[in-house]
Design a protein around this ligand. Sequence first.
Ligand SMILES: NC(=O)c1ccc[n+]([C@@H]2O[C@H](COP(=O)([O-])OP(=O)(O)OC[C@H]3O[C@@H](n4cnc5c(N)ncnc54)[C@H](OP(=O)(O)O)[C@@H]3O)[C@@H](O)[C@H]2O)c1
Length: 301
Amino acid sequence: MNKRNLGNGFGISEIGLGCGNLSYGYGDPIRLLQEAVEHGITFFDTVSFHKNNMAEDIVGDALRFYKSKTCVATRCDIGTKKMQLRERIQAMRKSVETSLNRLHRETIDLCYVAHMDIYVCVEAFAETMQQLMREGKVRYWGLLNADLSIVQKANTIFPITAVQNQYSLARRNAENKLIAGLEKLHIGLVAACPLGGQEMMNRYNYECRQIKQSNSEKQTAQRMTRENARIIEVVRNMAEMIGATPAQVMLAWILQQRPWIVPIPGTRLRKRVYENIHAQAVDLTEYEWNMFNEELARHKI
Ligand SMILES: NC(=O)c1ccc[n+]([C@@H]2O[C@H](COP(=O)([O-])OP(=O)(O)OC[C@H]3O[C@@H](n4cnc5c(N)ncnc54)[C@H](OP(=O)(O)O)[C@@H]3O)[C@@H](O)[C@H]2O)c1
């Protein structure tokens, strides 16, 4: 598996694994994660503090014996606007401690600060993160769903390693300004929902009848917009042309954008982990790249 650097020399596999939707109720997530390591994935992006979310526990259990080979990213809670600043800093520290316990690790490799209202007291959050890094509890920090202005501000207080925002063919223009800014600041982008998220892929999978879907999966598939359905069509045509799968084309498109962007596709199926990893072997020629982007540009997003 090829490697990529986010910011500050943080090196990881060029395709990570989005672990936010893993659950003990579906398949064998432990085996899935361990096979991902065996296939060369070293970056596992998980989620903390969501109600009933088991993602951190699963990642912690599965990677317990692979710590030296793997890096884990998670989010840190910073309380709510109603709280005093002191209480919010306490919430932040508590969240990091809870994640460390669940992950069975001494250090979180990449910790994102998650809330939109970080604007209110970005200095205090950045300084606390710096402290947590000095204490060895966090290796690198990042921002989640951030716009360029907050990235610039936070980065002047303490250098950021990565921003995690949604980025895919279905959201390809939304992040252009952010990407240009990150490039100047040498900060990496972790591309969340790189396959357009569950709505987009459920529809594709539904049409392909690849797997039996639950009622809720069928409902999300039906909610997909007409624009996304057209994007899927363009992707499918390109995939047929170059002999790859649609998911591989979507990931290859992200990988070819910039060498410091790392997609984190999520899947609950082992065979798809393997399929998605092989996107790294898909290299669109200049002709294919131009044709693909021209086709995509015909469809609004
Ligand atoms: N920053 C944010 O706001 C934000 C928002 C949402 C998610 N995230 C993070 O981003 C990560 C990825 O997001 P996501 O899983 O929601 O979206 P995604 O990676 O864009 O898409 C996942 C969907 O695609 C399907 N899929 C995966 N590989 C496939 C393949 N090769 N062929 C066909 N279908 C495939 C999955 O179904 P199966 O599981 O059935 O394979 C699932 O429905 C998550 O771990 C999450 O933590 C971040």
